[in-house]
Design a protein. Structure first.
Length: 218
């Protein structure tokens, strides 16, 4: 496995959702899979998966991967006009901890450009146009940042720590989709979030539960 540099999140490392989707594929696609990131996924580096662990060439554990029981973590949908209106107020357009992020970075013209804005009830929502090439990791990536932006605040960056996803179906290239996210709990530096991806007809394509971790304050 190699996380290509175009799929980066924080500077010098892979986007958490995309990387987790790649790692999840290493254990097969039967049933939900949970990925815990132990280190920032390195870019352009050969990684190996053995006995549920993803390791770099030096043997350091980058992630742990395990199958989990079926779960439900669905965030209700909104219509596309509502998602588009929310995206116009995306906080990351003004202040973004990782502006080049493959998923939500406004300074990455080649990324997915998912810009989750807050709804009045605290959920996030964003439109999402599926790229020309769609693989399961694309869905994992789309389910990543919309949950995170339910807790990210100015001067308070978070990074993905753990994510479990269910991919029901892949969007077709060019499909106009909607992603929603919500905070469901947390304590201390940890926040528990859910996210869901809906297709053009409102079909639920995938959903995820995740733990985001606030970075230590300087």
């Amino acid at each position: 496995m190699i996380i290509e540099s175009r799929f980066h999140g924080p500077a010098g490392s892979g986007n958490g959702g995309w990387s987790a989707g790649v790692f999840a594929a290493a254990v097969g696609d039967r049933g939900p899979v949970e990925v815990t990131l132990r280190r920032p996924p390195p870019l352009e580096t050969p990684l190996t998966a053995v006995d549920g662990e993803v390791r770099d060439p030096a043997g350091q554990v980058i992630a742990e991967v395990r199958r989990v029981e079926e779960f439900t973590a669905v965030v209700p949908p909104v219509d596309r006009p509502t998602a588009e209106a929310a995206a116009k107020a995306y906080p990351g357009l003004v202040e973004h901890p990782f502006p080049g992020c493959y998923v939500c970075g406004p300074e990455n013209p080649a990324g997915l450009r998912i810009f989750p804005g807050r709804l009045p009830d605290g959920r996030t929502a964003a439109p999402f146009r599926a790229p020309a090439e769609v693989v399961p990791a694309t869905v994992w990536a789309a389910l990543d940042c919309p949950g995170g932006w339910a807790v990210i605040a100015p001067g308070r960056p978070y990074v993905l720590g753990r994510i479990a996803a269910v991919v029901r179906a892949l969007p077709r290239p060019g499909d106009e989709c909607v992603v929603t996210g919500a905070t469901v709990g947390g304590a201390g530096r940890k926040a528990e979030v859910h996210a869901s991806l809906y297709g053009p007809g409102g079909d639920l394509l995938g959903y995820a539960r995740a733990t985001w971790i606030a970075l230590p304050q300087p």
